[in-house]
Design a protein. Structure first.
Length: 268
């Protein structure tokens, strides 16, 4: 059982939904990332999504685009991100980490080289926004060799046949994008999300995480009522951005939000 599957199994026994915050590695500078990851776990995160900075993050809104720019100003590469995971694992061997990003850096490193390097430092899952499952067989095979979960996106517009294909290729969890648009877009339709959850669950029994549009404790609570995991990206990254010039304040800003979300999700 993968570390991701193990974590979801543990949460299920406690009737608890997963809180999965996203941060961009190296934002606003590389020294911030690993301590922030540890702080987010202490604040209630169950899994972590670590963004690999990329120059053309096509699925992202302005908040995460600018996070990539801040990280790339420090020349943060995929190998640097793997180094951050390795450092994190020196103190935390339990919390699953999913890398989220785009195919170009992985292509340059090579699928097998990446998979081996990622497994060696303790990466648990990979979500590549611009790699559809129809084109991912070689990558999925390389990840399977080292027991890294390939995670794929589902959209509100994904039709039933394609949901089945994506769910068949995925492991760990599937990531449902709760709205049409880029990260940070505004409107969150809970009833629409609930209907889509029922449709997706016809095709898979692996957990379903929901992201995009989750901004605060109330929206996290409402999504947790219908999904297995709540993925929070732009709301977290925005707090990093607000304190980019005073990075010593970032942990308190981010973790305050996560504690509010965790309490709301747990009904406290």
């Amino acid at each position: 059982m993968s570390r991701i599957a193990q974590r979801f199994a543990e949460l299920k026994t406690r009737s608890r939904k997963a809180l999965i915050p996203f941060v961009t590695a190296g934002d606003p500078n590389p020294a911030v990332t690993v301590p922030l990851l540890h702080a987010m776990v202490e604040a209630g995160a169950d899994l972590l999504e670590l963004g690999v900075p990329f120059s053309d993050p096509m699925a992202e809104g302005p908040v995460i685009q600018k996070a990539c720019e801040r990280a790339l100003a420090h020349n943060v590469s995929l190998r640097d991100v793997l180094g951050m995971v390795k450092e994190f694992r020196q103190k935390d061997r339990e919390t699953p980490i999913v890398l989220m990003g785009y195919m170009n850096p992985v292509e340059i490193m090579g699928y097998q080289n990446f998979a081996r390097a990622a497994a060696e430092v303790g990466v648990d899952g990979l979500l590549t926004v611009d790699m559809p499952p129809e084109e991912a067989a070689d990558l999925v095979a390389a990840l399977a060799e080292v027991k890294i979960d390939p995670i794929f996106l589902l959209a509100p517009t994904t039709v039933d046949d394609r949901i089945a294909k994506i769910c068949a290729a995925a492991s760990g969890f599937v990531y449902y994008v709760s709205l049409k648009g880029v990260t940070g877009a505004a409107h969150l339709d809970i009833s629409g999300v609930e209907q889509k959850m029922a449709q997706i669950r016809k095709h898979t029994d692996i957990p379903i995480g929901v992201g995009f549009g989750i901004r605060d404790a109330d929206s996290a609570k409402r999504i947790a009522a219908v999904a297995d995991a709540v993925v929070v990206g732009s709301a977290v990254v925005n707090r990093v951005a607000e304190n980019a010039e005073q990075p010593e304040k970032i942990q308190d800003a981010v973790c305050g939000l996560l504690r509010e979300m965790r309490a709301a999700m747990d009904g406290k």
